[in-house]
Design a protein around this ligand. Structure first.
Ligand code: GDP
Ligand code: MG
Length: 179
């Protein structure tokens, strides 16, 4: 359904395509958003243009507004989202477990069944206190049909790439089905 809408966007000129951030409080969602869009970390959503395969994709990224501390999100959070960044903190094992249980389940319940998800291990600069091995997260991602990347919102590493990989995958799905 949403992929269909996105196709209309690509081929007929829709406005923005929406992606959502979710994960535990403190994993760095707001910092990823502000790194990618250049806005303040207090914004609930922000937009950014990204060029994929010579097309400019206007992306609208939705952050949570602190509701994640209750381990639940308003049912509207994922409405209209074509992609999601499922974020955990590589130095905090609980956040990985919550991403793989609570937040992935929330996404599967709430979001469109075609939503494309990237698992994001943030705070990769905290290598000295890593609590989630990269390979473990990678295997989890493969088993659950998720993309995977590690980022550091603090250092800016891989942040743009995380969004780019997500949007490229969506783009591929859409264009594979033809106009
Ligand atoms: P949110 O609750 O998921 O939105 O998390 P925030 O973006 O507010 O970040 C929570 C805390 O983690 C803040 O103190 C950030 O400065 C810190 N933080 C965010 N990203 C990184 C990162 O990549 N590395 C490190 N070391 N700290 C980070
Ligand atoms: Mg936040």
């Amino acid at each position: 359904m949403l992929i269909h809408l996105f196709r209309q966007y690509l081929f007929k000129g829709f406005s923005f395509i929406a992606v959502v951030l979710l994960g535990d409080l403190g994993v760095g969602k707001s910092n990823l958003l502000s790194r990618f869009t250049g806005t303040e970390t207090t914004e609930i959503f922000a937009t950014q243009r990204i060029e994929i395969d010579t097309k400019i994709i206007k992306t609208q990224v939705w952050d949570t507004a602190g509701q994640e501390r209750h381990n639940a999100l308003p049912r509207t959070h994922c409405r209209g989202a074509v992609g999601a960044l499922l974020v955990y903190d590589i130095s905090d094992r609980i956040t990985f477990e919550n991403a793989s249980k609570i937040w992935l389940k929330e996404l599967r319940d709430q979001a469109d069944s075609n939503i494309v998800i990237i698992l994001v291990g943030n705070k990769s600069d905290l290598e000295h206190c890593r609590a989630v091995i990269t390979d473990e997260a990678k295997v989890f991602a493969i088993e659950n049909d998720l993309l995977f990347i590690e980022t550091s919102a603090l250092e800016g590493s891989n942040v743009e790439l995380a969004f780019r990989n997500l949007l490229t995958e969506i783009y591929k799905i859409v264009t594979a089905r033809g106009p």
